[in-house]
Design a protein around this ligand. Structure first.
Ligand code: ADP
Ligand code: SF4
Length: 689
């Protein structure tokens, strides 16, 4: 039964001519699948419908071929041929009474047109603004082309209606959509009636909304997504100007969709942004308009959501990541199952799927984007197979997820952990600066497992092959994790390099276990994800004089994909950490390291009292190979299968471990598929030559 405090979240509300059944609004979000994996993307949205969302949106949909953002894979609505793909998505969205929304994007100054090869058209002529500094400039739209663009929006609106959508969101946020480019003086330097005063800069969006209302407004709601602050000072579309704009155009769209600032702000990781981080920017806007407002803020707490609505800050609770981590979030609140919510940890691994043009995954929800490809449902496991029990060795994220999911399937599970707590690496990493929310990976699973009568957990149980052969479990899942290497082997060095025994060398495991360097510390980061930067922050906080050396051109290089590289560099630079880029370490001496330039190989010494080696990790796979060596004894011991998963198999981010645990649980007692592909896939239909 639902707690009455949350009733307000379930009140219907009109958005123009349509009515949302509740206040749960899945704002547009990418998924790395887009037009390449349309059925996978559609099924993912359909699962959210089942999970109780009132409004569900697509990712951004390129509405005309003269503006596209290749290599990123979103949706396309360039011609009628694209309609069936989008209709599949809208139909899935509408299955449980949700409204289906499509976000139309014309990327303007943000679209390099690498695929269509069209000359980019923008509000003003200037270089294309992308992550990758593409060497392409855009031409300014002339008046005829502005009329063309208005017509293209109308065409896209009609196609959206044909494709079955209830709402259209016009994208003007994050610096990505042309509406923002018109509104901001940074990207609008026109001297005609579309530039200059705010009234002029707002002309284009007013015209487009009016045109679209005439075409489809009787049945479809039109929403406008703008950023609450462009965050580039007075030149940009500042929060004050956003408020002026909304006040001057009170009733322009049927709903205001207010995103935070840049995409990096709006999807800020938990390391840098709290839940409801945009509250100050959005507070009071409600008084300027009669139309409903949706805003985001990585909302996972129903109390915070309720507060947002009660205080009149928002009308709809906008969620992207929380809806990925738990597509059933609304349903769980409705059913009074708050403790079952799988809260987003704010790691932004989901975004890396888009940034790397692969397909997204989620640390908390391993079924994300596998709903169609593998038939994985986030709340339902496949039924139990022939055997009855499993021994899971190791209680890190891989072992915990395997245990949780196996118990859901109905297996008796014994979880053996060498240490005294659950969580493995996450239990340690959650104590590092900025990573406390990551602990939700453990908390969710620990609670779920505690509710299961068919799971027994054993601590202080470092198992070896002899013990396991004696126990008599049918299936053995080895999830024993990995440890950080001390010898520096990673990418620069594929074999160990000279290290003077007199120099204290620490690994991340040492530091997380409480062994800390002091004085002048060099961190050698050849891992390139978060660990090097996080340890630099920790040691600087604790008074060390920190130099971080990395062979990459960027600090914490891979975090470009989690949208936090800039914030990491900024924070460490402000803390006084000496950031040394494009340099490796070739020797560790007594009292110094020898660093080489990655381009010239010219060396230079950095004096230090200790070195922290953030290199690669070594699999803890001894137990697995001991068991393999005794395969002949398995049958007598009653063992049917032995598998190794997670970091013990091959170290990776936490999301890789939860995925491995989930997959293991799905596949125990599974059919042997031989050489078949283990997932479904769509391939482009060939044209008739
Ligand atoms: P993953 O990310 O793959 O889940 P972790 O390193 O986070 O890996 O967790 C592995 C867990 O396995 C740790 O908690 C560790 O204490 C435990 N472990 C390692 N070897 C054994 C063993 N032989 N028996 C029981 N537990 C083990
Ligand atoms: Fe949240 Fe991380 Fe999942 Fe993205 S990948 S939804 S940030 S838990």
């Amino acid at each position: 039964m639902r707690d009455q405090r949350y009733d307000i979240l379930f009140e219907p509300m009109d958005i123009g001519p349509v009515t949302a059944k509740n206040r749960f609004y899945q704002v547009p979000h990418c998924n790395g699948g887009g037009y390449r994996d349309p059925s996978a993307a559609a099924e993912m949205r359909g699962i959210k419908a089942e999970g109780g969302w009132g409004v569900i949106f697509t990712e951004q949909c390129e509405m005309h071929h003269t503006s596209e953002i290749t290599p990123f894979i979103e949706l396309r609505l360039w011609e009628d041929k694209d309609i069936p793909m989008l209709r599949r998505m809208s139909e899935k969205m509408k299955t449980h009474g949700a409204l289906a929304g499509i976000q139309l994007a014309y990327s303007g100054i943000n679209g390099p047109n690498l695929y269509s090869k069209e000359v980019p058209l923008a509000v003003s002529a200037m270089p294309i603004r992308t992550f990758t500094n593409d060497p392409v400039q855009a031409r300014a739209l002339d008046k005829t082309e502005i009329r063309d663009l208005r017509r293209w929006f109308v065409n896209a609106a009609k196609r959206s209606k044909d494709a079955g959508f209830d709402l259209i969101c016009l994208y003007g946020a994050h610096g990505f959509g042309i509406f923002q480019h018109f509104l901001s003086r940074a990207t609008n330097q026109r001297s005609d009636e579309y530039g200059g005063s705010l009234e002029n800069r707002a002309r284009f969006v007013r015209e487009v909304i009016s045109d679209m209302r005439d075409a489809v407004g009787d049945t479809m709601a039109l929403t406008l997504r703008v950023s609450l602050d462009e965050t580039i000072g007075d030149l940009g579309f500042s929060n004050a100007e956003v408020r002026d704009f909304i006040e001057m155009n009170r009733d322009l769209p049927d709903l205001w969709d207010l995103a935070q600032g840049t995409w990096e702000d709006c999807s800020g990781p938990s390391r840098f942004k709290e839940e409801a981080a945009q509250e100050q920017l959005v507070r009071g806007i409600h008084e300027l308009t009669d139309k409903p407002i949706v805003g985001v803020g990585r909302f996972t707490s129903p109390d915070v959501m309720t507060k947002m609505i009660r205080t009149g800050t928002l009308d709809f609770i906008g969620c992207a990541r929380p809806s990925i981590a738990d597509p059933f979030l609304p349903k769980k609140i409705e059913e009074g199952r708050i403790e079952d919510i799988r809260e987003c940890i704010g790691c932004n691994i989901c975004i890396t799927g888009d940034m790397t043009m692969s397909i997204s995954r989620c640390t908390q929800n391993p079924t994300f984007m596998e709903e169609w490809r593998k038939g994985w449902h986030p709340e339902r496991m496949n039924s139990k197979g022939a055997s009855s029990n499993v021994l899971v060795v190791g209680a890190g994220p891989a072992g915990l997820e395997a245990t949780r999911a196996l118990s859901e399937r109905g297996y008796d599970v014994a979880l053996a952990e060498a240490g005294t707590m659950l969580g493995g690496r996450v239990a340690r990493e959650r104590l590092l600066p900025g990573l406390s929310a990551w602990g939700r990976v453990v908390d969710y699973r620990e609670y779920q497992i505690s509710q299961k009568p068919n799971v027994e957990t054993y601590f202080d149980s470092a198992l070896d092959a002899d013990a396991i052969l004696e126990f008599g479990f049918e299936n053995i899942c080895v999830a024993t994790g990995a440890t950080w290497r001390r010898d520096g082997v990673s990418r620069q060095h594929v074999v160990p390099f000279p290290i003077d025994a007199a120099m204290p060398v620490f690994t991340p495991d040492d530091i997380m276990a409480g062994k800390k360097p002091t004085g002048n510390v060099v961190i050698y980061d050849d891992d390139h994800y978060y660990m090097g930067g996080v340890l630099a922050e920790l040691l600087a906080q604790e008074g060390c004089n920190v130099t971080i050396i990395t062979p990459s051109a960027y600090l914490s290089d891979w975090t470009v994909n989690t949208l936090e590289q800039h914030a990491i560099h900024q924070k460490l630079a402000r803390m006084g950490v000496n950031i040394v880029l494009n340099r490796g370490v070739v020797e560790i001496g007594n009292g110094h390291v020898v660093s080489n330039c990655t381009y010239t190989d010219i060396t230079q010494q950095f004096g230090c009292d200790a070195v922290v080696m953030v290199a690669s990790r070594q699999e803890t796979n001894g137990l697995y190979f001991d068991l393999k060596a005794r395969e002949a004894d398995w049958a007598d011991a009653g063992i049917k299968s032995v598998k190794i998963i997670g970091d013990a198999n091959a170290p990776g981010p936490i999301a890789w471990a939860t995925y491995a645990g989930h997959r293991y649980a799905r596949e125990v007692d599974g059919e042997d598929i031989g050489d078949d592909l283990p997932f479904r896939r769509e391939i482009t239909q060939l044209a008739a030559e």
